[in-house]
Design a protein around this ligand. Structure first.
Ligand SMILES: Cc1cc2nc3c(=O)[nH]c(=O)nc-3n(C[C@H](O)[C@H](O)[C@H](O)COP(=O)(O)O)c2cc1C
Length: 191
């Protein structure tokens, strides 16, 4: 079976984003060997001056290198993360920083950087409090994931989202969660 890495950055216990992601992951589990990176349980350290000095000497925690290698080799990536402060939770950014390792997820040829990751498809699942759609200039999560995809070499990005979640009735919220699940399951057919 091919390999899929599921990065779960749904920090809240009752996360609606995770409610959307769970059945999608279960569907993908039928075709992929899924490894979950649960950022609600494992927070990664902020890359500080010591981290960078160590990195320059080739010192990187072996478990970080091992996971970055798995990310680079994975056939598919699914990221679930709520919309926080017009982007995604910092836990996810810090995780990306820890995985952005020269010679593992990306490389350089003296002129520019290029990606070493082989996933041709990436799915990003999110919910937003305000009525902000994917592609709106106020939505700064998708552009970041696209830019990181350029650096790391990930392929096509599909976004599954539900918005206006904090200004809707419970019925409307349920409707949006169901619609996003339906949309995600449809994407799974070609993912
Ligand atoms: C810390 C925090 C920051 C948030 N920032 C924003 C924001 O900048 N814009 C927005 O539209 N909603 C924001 N929200 C609302 C969430 O995007 C919304 O409630 C979302 O559905 C939460 O996802 P979850 O149920 O998976 O936790 C924020 C919520 C939290 C807890």
């Amino acid at each position: 079976m091919k390999n899929l890495i599921y990065i779960n950055a749904c920090m809240r216990a009752g996360s609606r984003t995770r409610r959307i992601a769970t059945p999608i992951i279960e569907e993908l589990r039928k075709r992929y060997n899924v490894e979950t990176v649960d950022l609600t349980k494992n927070l990664y350290p902020v890359a500080d001056n010591y981290t960078l000095e160590d990195r320059n000497q080739g010192i990187v925690p072996p478990e970080h290198v091992a996971l970055a290698k798995k990310i680079a080799a994975a056939d598919r990536i699914v990221i679930a993360a709520p919309f926080w402060d017009m982007s995604f939770p910092s836990a996810l950014k810090v995780f990306f920083e820890n995985m952005s390792l020269f010679g593992v997820t990306f490389d350089s040829n003296n002129k520019e950087c290029y990606g070493l990751c082989k996933a041709e498809k990436v799915m990003y699942i999110t919910t937003r409090g305000m009525n902000i759609n994917t592609g709106d200039s106020l939505e700064q999560a998708t552009p970041y994931i696209k830019a990181l995809s350029y650096l790391w070499g990930w392929g096509e990005l599909t976004v599954i989202s539900a918005q206006n979640m904090d200004y809707s009735t419970p019925e409307e919220i349920e409707e949006r969660v169901s619609k996003a699940i339906e949309e995600g399951l449809e994407v799974c057919k070609e993912f």
